[in-house]
Write a protein that binds this ligand. Structure first.
Ligand SMILES: *[C@@H]1O[C@H](CO)[C@@H](O)[C@H](O)[C@H]1NC(C)=O
Ligand SMILES: *[C@@H]1O[C@H](CO)[C@@H](O)[C@H](O)[C@H]1NC(C)=O
Ligand SMILES: *[C@@H]1O[C@H](CO)[C@@H](O)[C@H](O)[C@H]1NC(C)=O
Ligand SMILES: *[C@@H]1O[C@H](CO)[C@@H](O)[C@H](O)[C@H]1NC(C)=O
Ligand SMILES: *[C@@H]1O[C@H](CO)[C@@H](O)[C@H](O)[C@H]1NC(C)=O
Ligand SMILES: *[C@@H]1O[C@H](CO)[C@@H](O)[C@H](O)[C@H]1NC(C)=O
Ligand SMILES: *[C@@H]1O[C@H](CO)[C@@H](O)[C@H](O)[C@H]1NC(C)=O
Length: 922
């Protein structure tokens, strides 16, 4: 059952004593006993059951006084990890809840400010900007539970350590209140005010939903009024505003108008305001005394002749789309025939927040949560797949069109020191294609449920302590070629059909990451295949006139030997496709995505709908081998091509990183060499920077692309053993997906191969593309990571300037000279791509140029590593972000400017909200 997953979390099911539907978590509290809050009687529980990361702290004594709520005295902070999440089980899916986070910094770490983001589940909720350590921030949202749990995540934005003091969840069981809240729309609280003179915040038990009503009074132009009578509620009135809140109110001293002024920052999303006003009249009705009011928002009439009822709660709810305005006022004006001034007892202001993204498919979440708990994977936080930026390490996901949810398609648990039997939870991952459990200490038999995972095409169980024999079903699938199974180095495991000796299969020499050994095997294999193909090519070419002479291979292999070799995976982790399959996948090679040195790239779609790019080597299709173009290649490079192919396959299929284009499989069939790659929808960065695509990338997007590319390269250099040098970093090899996230293509190319015949440099030894090649490499022919750093520096310059590395006429020369010239005799904007139209933070640009210049240092040893580049680029992004954030934040504002007025205007800072509100005389 679902609720069981959150194992520790189950004790925590929401239902504590009388407070039905409440859960109150005191974060950072030591021990495991709960306590009753003296003011409210609400039971608070420690947070350890809901989270497995973070550090407990107490706020500094300086900020602790009699008014500090007990829950705020401790907090949990998250120095590690970019996203840390509380997971709260026992939630009723589809029900409405109020979720509130309390944050009091209290200078627990000696610092005073921090900025980070709060996410509710997989969606952004709000950003938190704390500059005053004594300020108790109450972040509140009313939302419909999309799952049977809530996760509340703190997301590090590199501006201090996220922290939280308390987390409160309240079920709002009525459907007749806050009706705007549904599966996609939530309301984020701006402010909730109890008008008039009240001694303190009113909440539970007065308020059944435990809303916090903050007193708001004492302004010039306003009178406080109150009633000692009980304020009644209609039976169907689900607002349930507490009587104590309704018993105080304000009226204008000039008898005409109550004006509330609010301000907000405009953002990319037009904020829509949802305002609820609550009224009850304290004056008994009489024929010559009426109270009627009109409500205007920014002079637009929203309600007219509204008549508050005597000692009875009534309500007005209205919405207002702020458009581009930054301020708005709500004006309660007395209606023409009214003899009494307007009155207001309480008001709530919310903004609409849509939560567009949904959590990962439930069964997948169940399975992953169990694995997380079983293997204590504390770095796995929140939802496994979403948002994409925080996908758990070791898994990949894709959107399933049938369930309209993210599903887990690969899981890599290799080398985690895991023991015990293979966990049965894996059976729930029914969309999984690739499962890697290698290099662990798994014991026991290979469970037969693995054979029922229909999409599974790669299963790596090598290097474990498994015993028994391979289940027939699995063996059968492997046999018919749909499936790659690795079981080597399980000393106790019997081979299929063999008598039960200790067996090792024929792949015992394969290693997880390409080692010299596997590369050697691949290369030997490659050479043999190459020789055969060359021989065929040779025969074909002999029949053509004018064909240049090609070398005859010394001893061609027989066809069945080649076949035998094709059967073996040659160290390939990816899936094997037949030529027929490729034909089907690409709909008979109908849509060409591009052409490169290796061959033509076609668009395709796997049976399960996954979009792919299929690279077919133009030189080795049978047809094209026959139509061998005499101009293009020598046999040497044909052989190099095959070597490159095999090297690329064996490397790529092992490498998975979000900023690297991943390889799904390959085809060696019918003399066709084909590679099936993940499809990256938006094409190359080069096209995006060229006029073709209108240079439509803004500076922020360019910075993100730079960082993502740098992360991909960093991974190749640091994450792979031995390190992988790309050798051909250029904007043409950086692809953008539909989110404009960068993915590097064409890495792992063999040294001898030129990716793009038209651009290769004069000698056979130098690889790369003019403009990008490390000058040091030109001189020494020594390739190392720093050569990639050089090329990346050029990419950075292209991102800043929009110029190609080798300038087009009428300008000429290299981009580096171009930039240097302009930097010495002009201001920086001369260098920046004019298509950015000045929309950037200049410090951010300067920083990136600095980074680029250090990358292209002629002395390779002085260039930074990719890790250093990543760090510096992130700083640059921060400079840019701090510039942009100022006007991209749709939150209601703290502080704010009051509308100009002839009268002096009092503004009040409300401790409960981050909205400014103030009365004005008209
Ligand atoms: C908390 O208060 C409730 C009544 O409101 C009482 O039943 C319960 O025993 C109290 N718990 C503690 C730990 O004091
Ligand atoms: C944070 O990471 C550092 C370094 O990896 C480690 O020493 C420390 O224990 C971690 N702290 C927590 C709270 O996980
Ligand atoms: C945080 O708030 C402070 C003070 O209001 C402001 O100066 C700063 O720019 C804000 N930071 C961010 C990232 O919004
Ligand atoms: C939620 O409400 C909005 C506006 O009232 C509506 O457009 C949207 O379709 C609703 N969503 C769902 C899932 O009902
Ligand atoms: C009308 O108002 C006056 C003074 O406000 C009051 O004395 C009088 O009784 C009222 N008349 C009625 C019928 O209520
Ligand atoms: C498996 O366990 C043994 C002893 O328990 C240990 O020495 C070895 O390192 C473990 N292997 C892996 C891959 O964790
Ligand atoms: C797995 O390893 C842990 C720690 O290394 C050990 O405590 C546990 O007993 C092992 N479990 C099994 C089933 O071997």
């Amino acid at each position: 059952m679902r609720s069981l997953i959150f194992l520790g979390f189950l004790a925590a099911a929401i239902q504590v004593d009388a407070q039905q539907g409440f859960l109150s978590i005191d974060c950072g509290m030591e021990g495991d006993s709960s306590y009753n809050d003296t003011a409210t009687g609400i039971v608070y529980v420690p947070d350890a059951k809901y989270i497995d990361s973070g550090v407990n702290h107490k706020i500094s004594k300086t900020y602790m006084d009699a008014t500090t709520p007990a829950q705020a005295e401790t907090l949990r902070s998250f120095p590690n990890g970019s996203r840390n999440c509380y997971t709260i089980g026992g939630i009723k899916q589809g029900e409405k809840y109020l979720v509130r986070a309390l944050l009091l910094h209290g200078s627990y770490d000696g610092l005073a400010s921090v900025v980070f983001d709060l996410h509710l589940g997989v969606n952004f909720w709000r950003s938190v900007n704390i500059t005053d350590p004594s300020y108790l921030l109450k972040a509140e949202i009313i939302t419909v539970a999309q799952e049977d749990y809530f996760s509340v995540c703190l997301v590090n934005t590199n501006s201090g350590t996220p922290f939280i003091s308390a987390l409160e969840v309240r079920q709002i069981s009525s459907t007749d209140v806050y009706r705007y809240v549904n599966q996609t729309n939530s309301l984020v609280l701006g402010t909730r005010l109890n008008m008039g003179d009240a001694p303190s915040i009113i909440r539970y038990p007065d308020d059944a939903y435990d809303r916090l009503w903050t007193p708001f009074s004492n302004f010039p132009y306003w009178f406080n009024i109150s009633s000692s009578e009980t304020i009644q509620r209609n039976p169907g009135d689900e607002f349930q505003v507490p009587g104590a809140v309704m018993a105080t109110a304000v009226t204008p001293s000039d008898n005409t108008s109550l004006l509330l002024l609010m301000s907000a920052k405009p953002g990319p999303v037009r904020p829509e305001y949802y305002v609820y006003m609550h009224f009850a009249d304290f004056d008994a009705p009489s024929p010559n005394h009426t109270r009627m009011l009109d409500v205007y928002v920014n002079n637009e009439l929203k309600a007219s002749n509204f008549q508050p009822k005597y000692l009875l709660s009534t309500h007005i709810s209205l919405t207002y789309d702020l458009g581009t305005a930054v301020e708005y006022d709500i004006d309660l004006n007395h209606s023409g025939s009214s003899t009494l001034p307007p009155i207001l007892n309480a008001i709530e202001v919310y903004t609409l927040l849509s939560l567009p993204d949904t959590a990962t498919y439930e069964n997948d979440v169940d399975a992953m949560m169990n694995l997380k708990n079983m293997y204590k994977m504390t770095k796995w936080q929140g939802d496994p797949c979403s948002p994409e930026k925080f996908t758990w390490s070791g898994i990949t996901c894709s959107l399933s069109s049938s369930v309209q949810r993210q599903r887990i398609t690969s899981l890599n648990l290799s080398s985690l020191g895991l023991n015990g039997t293979i966990p049965s939870d894996l059976a729930k991952l029914t969309a999984i294609k690739s499962l890697d459990l290698s290099y662990n200490n798994f014991t026991g038999p290979i469970p037969s449920f693995l054979a029922n995972l229909e999409s599974l095409s790669m299963l790596n169980l090598s290097h474990n302590q498994l015993n028994g024999s391979i289940p027939d079903d699995l063996y059968g699938r492997q046999k018919n070629g749909l499936f790659l199974l690795k079981t080597d180095n399980n000393p106790q495991l019997c081979q299929h059909g063999a008598t039960c000796n200790v067996g090792v299969d024929d792949e015992k020499k394969s290693k997880k990451i390409a080692t010299p050994v596997i590369v050697a095997i691949a290369v030997i294999g490659a050479v043999l295949v190459a020789l055969l193909i060359l021989f065929l090519v040779y025969l074909a070419k002999r029949r053509r006139p004018n064909a240049p002479r090609s070398q005859t291979p010394a001893s061609p292999l027989k066809l069945d030997e080649l076949k035998a070799m094709e059967e073996k995976p040659v160290g390939v982790d990816g899936r094997r496709f037949t030529y027929e399959e490729l034909k089907n996948i690409t709909n008979n090679f109908v849509r060409v995505l591009g052409k490169g040195g290796f061959g033509t790239v076609y668009y395709g779609r796997l049976l399960n709908g996954t979009e792919v790019a299929v690279k077919i080597s133009s030189r080795y299709t049978t047809a094209e081998a026959m139509a061998w173009s005499p101009m293009s290649q020598t046999s040497d490079s044909a052989m190099a091509g095959i070597k490159e192919f095999l090297a690329e396959v064996s490397l790529l299929s092992r490498i998975h990183h979000r900023n690297l284009v991943s390889l799904i499989g390959c085809c060696m069939d019918n003399n066709v060499l084909g590679l099936v790659y993940e499809y990256v929808a938006e094409g190359t960065l080069k096209d995006h920077l060229s006029d073709k695509a209108g240079g439509g990338l803004n500076w922020r997007q360019r910075l993100h692309i730079a960082i993502e590319t740098a992360l991909g390269l960093e991974y190749l250099h640091k994450g792979c053993r031995p390190p992988i040098i790309h050798r051909d970093v250029k904007t043409n090899n950086i692809l953008l997906d539909h989110n404009l996230e960068a993915k590097i293509a064409d890495f792992g190319l063999s040294k001898a191969f030129q990716t793009d015949a038209s651009t290769h440099v004069s000698t056979d030894v130098v690889v790369g593309t003019p403009g990008y090649v490390d000058p040091e490499y030109h001189n020494t022919f020594q390739l190392n990571e720093k050569s990639d750093v050089y090329s990346f520096g050029i990419v950075l310059l292209e991102l800043v300037t929009g110029q190609p590395p080798v300038l087009r006429s009428p300008e000429s020369g290299h981009i580096v000279q171009w930039v240097r010239q302009r930097l010495t005799n002009a201001d920086i904007s001369e260098v920046v791509d004019s298509r950015l139209e000045g929309q950037y933070d200049i410090n951010s640009i300067v920083k990136v140029i600095d980074i680029a210049m250090s990358c292209i240092n002629t002395d390779g040893s002085k260039r930074p590593t990719m890790s250093e580049v990543v760090m510096q680029l992130k700083e640059s992004l921060q400079a840019e972000a701090s510039q942009v954030r100022g006007n991209s934040n749709s939150d209601l504002v703290e502080g704010g400017v009051c509308k100009s007025s002839n009268d002096s205007v009092e503004m009040a800072r409300l401790d409960v909200t981050n909205i400014m509100i103030g009365p004005m005389a008209r």
